[in-house]
Design a protein around this ligand. Structure first.
Ligand code: AN0
Ligand code: CP
Length: 317
């Protein structure tokens, strides 16, 4: 594996899940694999889970780890070529990337969508520059349009908790006061579409995702109908994708907050969210604290998804 940015990069999902199970059984079984190998994690945005779980995963494999928060202590980076750099940005990505690549063996990048330039976001301009110019294997720690380490952890979690061969999984939009990227929702849809689950997406009008990610999913605008017979409810907010509203908050309608009443429509579904989650906006305290909430094991599986990806990279270095 040379990069990990989307579901296709991991190959057949049954094999990926097999590797994940192997690692979960004994996460310290491969401590020699990463000896004298260095992971560099680069964050353009905040993180709790991705930072900690990926560092832990690398340490489990015996790797050395360096973390750079670009906005805290590093030079501010220009990303556009051709710009006269007379502003506040002291360094260009085109030098910074190969320099960073020279200090490490594998690079993880977190770079969220701008939500102002749809074309640049959906071309994955920043992530692709790392792939092109670093000379090292690159993985996404949430880029503009996808969050594959999250989706892989979500898949592992569903496989662990499902009681039917082909569960009904529902991705539901939920309200949030600030505009968020579509990355988690896009990515979750992409991974669910690669399974044979019964996969449904529900959201208010105006929140349609890029058809490329919706794929073969059923889109149901009536949330109550969507929740019927569901085995997993996966809540997430995203801002509008469609023009002219790209990146905008169109609604904060708390009818869409996941509460006990809506969960009662399901077939005793598990509740999932990638976290961080805003209580009583996205989901009520009751649902989040209920026995059916699996957000903590889901977050714990981030260590497993990250370790599986690093394991695959290390084997091909
Ligand atoms: C980010 C998002 O929605 O993409 C990260 C989620 C893992 N969430 C926030 O910024 C709150
Ligand atoms: N779910 C997730 O990626 O969390 P962080 O933003 O805290 O890394």
């Amino acid at each position: 594996m040379k990069k990990f940015t989307c579901v296709q990069d991991i190959g057949p999902l049954d094999k990926a899940l097999e590797d994940a199970r192997l690692i979960k059984k004994d996460r310290f079984a491969f401590t020699d694999l990463g000896k004298n190998k260095t992971l560099l994690m680069i964050f353009f945005n905040s993180s709790l889970r991705t930072r900690l779980s990926t560092q832990k995963a690398a340490m489990n494999l015996g790797m050395n780890v360096m973390v750079l928060d670009v906005n805290q202590g590093a030079w501010k980076l220009e990303t556009e070529r051709g710009v006269v750099m007379d502003g506040d940005k002291a360094e260009h990505l085109l030098e910074a990337i190969p320099v960073m690549g020279s200090y490490c063996d594998i690079i993880g990048v977190r770079s969220f969508a701008s939500l102002t330039d749809k074309k640049a976001d959906y071309e994955e301009k920043v992530l692709n520059q790392f792939i092109k110019f670093s000379g090292k294997p690159v993985f996404s720690m949430e880029a503009a349009t996808r969050h594959p380490l999250q989706s892989f952890a979500d898949l592992i979690t569903i496989e662990e908790f499902k009681t039917k061969e082909r569960p009904k999984v529902v991705l539901t939009w939920a309200p949030h006061p600030r505009p968020l990227p579509q990355a988690v929702a896009n990515s979750f849809a992409e991974w669910m579409n690669a399974t044979d689950y019964d996969f449904v997406i529900t959201h208010p009008e105006g929140y349609e995702l890029d058809p490329k990610f919706v794929g073969k999913a059923k889109v149901e605008y009536d949330r109550d109908k969507a929740f019927k017979n569901a085995d997993f409810i996966y809540a997430k907010n995203w801002s509008a994708y469609s023009d002219p509203n790209y990146g905008k908050v169109l609604s904060t309608d708390r009818h869409w907050t996941v509460d006990t009443k809506s969960m009662d429509l399901t077939d005793g579904a598990f509740f999932m969210h990638c976290l961080p989650v805003r209580r009583n906006m996205i989901v009520t305290d009751d649902v989040l604290e209920s026995e059916k909430s699996i957000v903590i094991p889901e977050a714990a599986n981030r260590e497993i998804s990250a370790q599986t990806v690093l394991f695959r990279f290390l084997k091909t270095l």
